[in-house]
Design a protein around this ligand. Structure first.
Ligand code: DGL
Length: 272
């Protein structure tokens, strides 16, 4: 079976002309998708998760670039009218190239750790930034945190293995809490807020709070959704419909994969 058809029961190849294309390394971007659907319920959306190759966050820059390019190309060939890279890691590596390639044809929106809203809410506060190793070591994060360094103190915490673990589902299992504790224990009671700098992490808000207590958590979903809304409006690309279609695609051709995507979509990830 062509894996691009996963989740599409029609059995024939379909194009997604006029859809919003949303891409992530796997299930994480579904947390952004929820915010997009809440902001733009009338838009048709097609979500592509590269779960066959997830996680990206511990791969080399070249690998991330190649994989991101391949997935975005696939969405472009399907005819999407806007592209949302719902992945901090892929954005850090590839957004400049993607904009160069596609931005003259359609809106291209990336994801970056929500450190600005966190710094605005907690001026001079101590803000923990959880993200993949790739996101934290790349220039984009260094530039952003440097720009805001006078406004708050940022403590980057790379979480290798965490996105990969979230890909497997079963989010209340003790091994996930154990992994989280290994990253977060030194900071219990020490920080004012936490930025979820990987789109997989909003799915484990509850588990993070179990370890860190009632700390405010920031993610980029709602900001991305507002930005997409603005860009569609400016370019007169809004659908004008009341209810849009939602299609899930995965590069991982496993029988339960699309069910996992739907299940993640039904979880309350984006609620603050
Ligand atoms: N969800 C992604 C991010 O926002 C990538 C996680 C991964 O594949 O390592 O960074």
């Amino acid at each position: 079976m062509d894996t691009e058809l996963s989740g599409d029961k029609s059995g024939k190849a379909r194009m997604y002309a006029g859809y919003i294309g949303v891409f992530d390394s796997g299930v994480g971007g579904i947390s952004v998708l929820q915010a997009l659907r809440a902001e733009l319920p009338g838009e048709d959306m097609v979500y592509l998760g590269d779960s066959a190759n997830a996680p990206y966050g511990e791969k080399s820059t070249e690998e991330i670039l190649t994989l991101t390019d391949r997935c975005c190309d696939r969405l472009m060939h399907a005819g999407v009218k806007a592209l949302v890279v719902a992945c901090n890691t892929a954005t850090s590596v590839a957004i400049r190239d993607l904009r160069q390639k596609y931005e003259s044809r359609l809106p291209v929106i990336g994801t970056e750790p929500a450190i600005r809203p966190a710094a605005e809410a907690f001026p001079h506060g101590k803000i923990l930034v959880m993200a993949t190793p790739a996101t934290l070591k790349l220039e984009k994060y260094a530039r952003l945190s440097h720009e805001l360094s006078g406004e708050a103190e940022f403590i980057p915490v790379a979480c290798p293995g965490l996105a990969g673990r979230i890909e497997k589902g079963n989010l209340d299992a003790p091994d996930l809490e154990h992994l989280l504790r290994s990253f977060l224990s030194p900071y219990i009671g020490q920080v004012d807020a936490i930025v979820l700098g990987c789109t997989h992490y909003p799915f484990i808000r509850k588990q993070i709070r179990r370890v860190m207590g009632d700390v405010p958590l920031f993610d980029g979903g709602a900001g991305i959704a507002r930005q997409l809304h603005r860009m569609l409006e400016e370019r007169h690309l809004l659908s004008g419909k009341n209810e849009g279609q939602l299609i899930f695609l995965s590069t991982l051709d496993a029988p339960d994969e699309i069910d996992l995507y739907r299940q993640m979509y039904s979880l309350p990830a984006s609620a603050v």
